[in-house]
Design a protein around this ligand. Structure first.
Ligand SMILES: [Zn+2]
Length: 64
């Protein structure tokens, strides 16, 4: 099994829409595919999308 280490994150522009979130299935940080900003019940902004590798729904607190 090939493991990809996220060692090339430095060229990600801040605010460029590329969000990472923890995927429980891959057990690592993944780019959020189809990311959309949502609000939690208490008004906290969050980003929701799917893992591009396994398709599991992933979620992170904070705007995209
Ligand atoms: Zn995954």
């Amino acid at each position: 099994m090939v493991v990809h280490y996220p060692g090339r994150c430095r060229n990600i522009p801040s605010g460029g829409g590329l969000v990472q979130a923890y995927c429980v299935k891959c057990r690592t940080q993944r780019e959020v595919k189809d990311a959309q900003t949502v609000s939690l019940k208490n008004g906290t902004p969050a980003t929701q999308g799917v893992c591009p590798t396994c398709g599991t729904k992933i979620f992170r607190i904070g705007k995209a």
